[in-house]
Design a protein around this ligand. Structure first.
Ligand SMILES: [Zn+2]
Length: 447
């Protein structure tokens, strides 16, 4: 279908459906997918039978709350069982055309299969997000995400289907990527927020001014929280002279399940594909929109491997209030990974809260490293930062400023603040930056 480039919506009818209509559609798809999962995926049949649950028990959207959760562990325990695709899979292997896998950064990689229809609908959703941030057929787009096994790789097809000229950048070394940006003058790029920052800095160091010598107008970021932290987003926008939009994806579902619009106030989620709930992290109790909890997703249309009440491990909140862009699909706001949260003096602290403070303060580079540890049987955190090369303040003064700002914003002071010279913190990486070291017993060493 040829679209009018002046229309702000990719699929106007779908994106602006009155919520009542949207929820009607969700209910119809929910009933069908739960029945399909029960009929074809051995795990669901066994679990629901044991709990005395039937797909026909679903009469309203909230009836889903009667059904049990699944999580990463369920995926690991069931993959490879019975068949190559495992017990959550609901179609025969010949119907599967694509699999992606998670990075395995928190354990054994989990696999996500797609049927042809799943894959086409995935790409249509990605086209919708690209269109939403203003990509049009006259744009030149560089997809600078990993293509190996990663679910974000194929998102480039969504941009091609939209009609943009696509450059499959992948994870090129920075020098070659900068060559591409300078020579082909693309207008849109997608990468991680930390890499967007680094690439801009590298450009400047090699004599390329991103604002003048390059033509990037929009930067899509995902994979880390930075794009939803206003100070980080603004810093990248200022460096590039471009608009930055945050996307949120899950290896288990789509490369991007949710995306910012021009309002940049939360990320619209594809509610025609995903039923979102938030639940209390500890008790699993369902929360109301606006309350912060773990995001739980039910895929409404993925047939290869339906996920019913999948605990994402991400903490955030749902906002169903109308958005100024006119889209009716709800928005999610992400606070961080459940596993990254730590509790100091009864206060829940997310690394993103610390980043928001560090990125706003003057005279420091914005790079940081957080250590979480136990001292005298209580949890503490310390922060290491870098002072700008031209900052003449004493290290103690800088440390006191950072400590005071953290106390004011988060409510709990860091145990210590260590100040390093510009460029001395080893946190700049080409992929996900390592910024947290958890030294507590029973916790991972780094995330
Ligand atoms: Zn919006």
């Amino acid at each position: 279908m040829k679209r009018d480039a002046a229309n702000k919506y990719w699929d106007e009818e779908l994106e602006t459906l009155p919520r009542e209509e949207l929820e009607k559609r969700q209910l119809k798809d929910l009933k069908e997918i739960v029945q399909f999962a029960y009929d074809h995926a051995p795990y669901y049949k066994r679990t629901y039978d044991a709990a005395g649950l039937k797909p026909s028990d679903i009469h309203t959207l909230s009836d889903i709350q009667k059904f049990p959760f699944i999580d990463k562990k369920t995926q690991r325990d069931t993959q490879g069982v019975g068949s190559f695709l495992g017990e959550l899979c609901a179609v025969p292997e010949e119907d599967v055309i694509f699999i992606s896998t998670s990075s395995g950064s928190t354990g054994v990689p989990t696999m996500s299969p797609f049927t042809k229809q799943d894959f086409d609908e995935f790409q249509d959703t990605e086209s919708r997000w690209f269109w939403q941030v203003g990509m049009r057929p006259n744009d030149r787009y560089v997809h600078a995400l990993n293509f190996s096994l990663y679910v974000g790789g194929p998102d480039v097809i969504g941009a091609q289907n939209l009609g943009a000229l696509c450059i499959w950048g992948g994870t090129l070394p920075s020098e070659r990527l900068l060559f591409v940006l300078k020579t082909y003058q693309p207008t849109v790029i997608w990468t991680s927020p930390s890499y967007a920052w680094q690439l801009g800095e590298k450009a400047l160091k090699s004599g390329i001014n991103p604002k003048k010598d390059l033509n990037i107008k929009k930067i899509i970021v995902a994979g880390e929280l930075g794009g939803s932290i206003e100070a980080t987003r603004k810093a990248i926008e200022d460096l590039w002279g471009a608009e930055v939009y945050d996307f949120y994806g899950l290896s288990d579902i789509f490369g991007a399940c949710a995306a910012m619009c021009e309002a940049k106030n939360g990320l619209h989620i594809a509610e025609n594909h995903i039923l979102v709930e938030t639940v209390d992290v500890d008790t699993g109790k369902v929360l109301k929109p606006g309350e912060v909890g773990e995001l739980v997703f039910t895929t409404l249309r993925k047939h290869a491997r339906p996920l019913i009440r999948f605990r994402t491990g991400d903490v955030g909140w749902i906002d169903n209030t109308p958005c100024s862009c006119g889209r009716t699909h709800g928005r999610i706001h992400i606070n961080g990974r459940k596993d990254d949260m730590f509790i100091v003096s009864a206060v829940n602290v997310f690394p993103s809260d610390i980043e928001a403070v560090i990125r706003e303060l003057p005279g420091i580079t914005g790079e940081y490293l957080i250590r979480v540890f136990e001292k005298d049987f209580t949890c503490k955190y310390s922060v290491e930062i870098e002072k700008n090369a031209d900052n003449t303040a004493l290290d103690e003064e800088v440390a006191a400023m950072v400590s005071g700002a953290l106390k004011a914003r988060i409510g709990v002071k860091p145990y210590s603040v260590t100040v390093h010279p510009d460029g001395e913190l080893n946190t700049r990486s080409e992929h996900k930056a390592k910024r947290i070291i958890d030294e507590r017993k029973g916790h991972g060493t780094s995330l």
